[in-house]
Design a protein around this ligand. Structure first.
Ligand code: CAA
Length: 284
């Protein structure tokens, strides 16, 4: 099946990054937000990232202009009517996602593939909201989407071989390296990442070392680009808590039990870089 036009639901951090990598790979992209204000903010982020790629010597100014010209922003879900593949990157609420999938099922061509970028919700639950569950799968991008080379594909028991192979070829055409997971809580990356991050918080609460020393130890001792507390602030404490709770709810696996400190910080609005404060202070 030929994939030429891509739809992206949501133009937040992930949606704008997904729209950007698709446009850079030559696809025509429709990206939809719920309000004009959110769309403007998302398009601004997208433009900023393209400009950064030019400044870093990763993209020519002509290719940036061409990529930008391939992207259309909208607030109308009906604008996905001619898309071959739609990637949902809305907020992590299952009921909202099921509603979006039911709407996409109505407005997209019957052969279109519907994908979710969810980090922890069950793809099968979204597939079940459509009349084409064989054409639904997970395409989980990593943050920051334009920079991280991985794409996690999530295949449910209902995903057809044709859908899977078409989506794989699409992912590879974006320059991403593919890993494949069952529709299992946490998939691959978060299955290992979240217990590690939660344990770092628990050890900090115990006073084993300072957050700075944990970060330095992991950065210089293991050559990770970021230590756990810098990474927590980068991913977002609310996002981390959401994934932990979602996996814990389903599995009761104690490795996913969020430490009280994480929950209190999220309640306090200390969400990491995006709110200006997390484990570290980022000012305004
Ligand atoms: N477009 C294209 N390339 C860009 C770019 C852009 N907008 N911005 C930066 N780059 C490139 C740079 O040119 C540079 O490439 P080279 O190394 O080849 O020169 C590279 O990206 C790194 O950029 P910077 O040097 O500006 O930034 P940095 O060195 O501070 O790295 C970082 C920033 C990439 C975020 C790095 O710190 C990192 O990899 N951190 C870990 C991120 C991570 O773990 N992400 C996964 C989170 S988990 C997740 O996403 C799953 C989930 O469900 C929670």
């Amino acid at each position: 099946m030929a994939v030429e036009r891509i739809g992206v639901v949501g133009c937040g951090l992930m949606g704008s990054g997904i729209a950007e990598v698709c446009a850079k790979a030559g696809y025509r992209v429709v990206v939809r937000e719920v309000t004009g204000e959110l769309l403007d903010a998302g398009m601004k982020r997208l433009t900023g990232s393209l400009d950064r790629a030019v400044a870093k010597g990763k993209l020519s100014a002509e290719d940036r202009d061409a990529a930008q010209a391939r992207i259309v922003g909208t607030t109308d879900i009906g604008a996905f009517a001619e898309c071959d593949l739609v990637i949902e990157a809305a907020v992590e609420k299952l009921e909202l996602k099921r509603k979006i999938f039911a709407e996409l099922d109505q407005v997209t061509p019957p052969q279109a593939i519907l994908a979710s970028n969810t980090s922890s919700l069950a793809i099968t639950d979204m597939a079940a909201a459509t009349k084409r569950p064989d054409r639904v799968l997970g395409l989980h991008f990593m943050q920051p989407v334009p920079v991280m080379p991985l794409l996690e594909m999530v295949r449910t028991v209902l995903t057809s071989e044709e859908t899977f192979q078409t989506a794989r070829a699409f992912g590879e055409s974006l320059g991403k390296t593919i890993v494949v997971s069952k529709d299992n809580p946490g998939f691959i990356v978060n299955l290992l990442l979240i217990p590690y991050l939660l344990q770092a918080i628990a050890e900090l609460e115990k006073g084993v070392a300072t957050k700075e020393d944990f970060d330095t130890a992991i950065r210089l001792g293991l050559n990770h680009p970021m230590g756990p507390f810098t990474l927590l602030d980068f991913v977002g404490l609310d996002t981390t808590l959401f994934i932990a709770d979602a996996v814990f709810d389903e599995t009761k696996d104690p490795r996913f039990a969020a430490p009280p400190l994480l929950r209190r910080m999220v309640s306090a609005g200390w969400l990491g870089r995006k709110s200006g404060r997390g484990f570290y202070d980022y000012g305004k």
